[in-house]
Write a protein that binds this ligand. Sequence first.
Ligand code: 5GP
Length: 185
Amino acid sequence: MEIKIEDLKVLFSEEQLQTRIKELADEMNKFYNGEEVIAICVLKGAVMFAVDLVKNLDMPLKMEFIRLSSYGSSTTTSGKVNAVDIQLPDLNDKNVLIIEDIVDTGLTAKFLIDFMHCNFHVKSLKFCSLLDKKITRKVDVEPDYYGFEVDDKFVVGYGLDYDGLYRNLRYIGYKGSSPDGDYQG
Ligand code: 5GP
């Protein structure tokens, strides 16, 4: 599947994204109630979301960045998670908030949650994803917070890429003209 900019249809506009992000941040501000949080942004896809989310969080907060990959080709998952770069400080007794772009099969989310529990005795662990493709889930994992549910379409923009492109879009889009079944999850 090839995705050209002129084929893209808007799924979530900039305004919809920003409104929902503020709602998520309000929920988190209430939950953490002023306690310090370590926010871990999963590169590269979550970068836009993480930046906009943390700007709306009002507790003392530190940001960390890790890099994973699960995608085999441009639009299909490889079915396994590669830890490209995970260098983290001591997270024992910390409130850890993982910030991801999208939960698809759930393999990445499960890998990260297991990784945190195996390596640290965290005070709390929350997993937040901007998008949740519940329909394509292969492992039993649910984000604690998510922005929007999406069905089984390959989405781009606002951090999410196709072959490295489109991360800079202010909206989330999809290839409107693609026949169903083109994307293999
Ligand atoms: P999972 O491990 O849940 O199958 O996949 C998580 C990762 O797959 C996401 O962090 C993201 O990088 C990639 N991914 C899954 N669905 C999509 C999609 O629709 N568009 C893009 N651009 N990436 C996706």
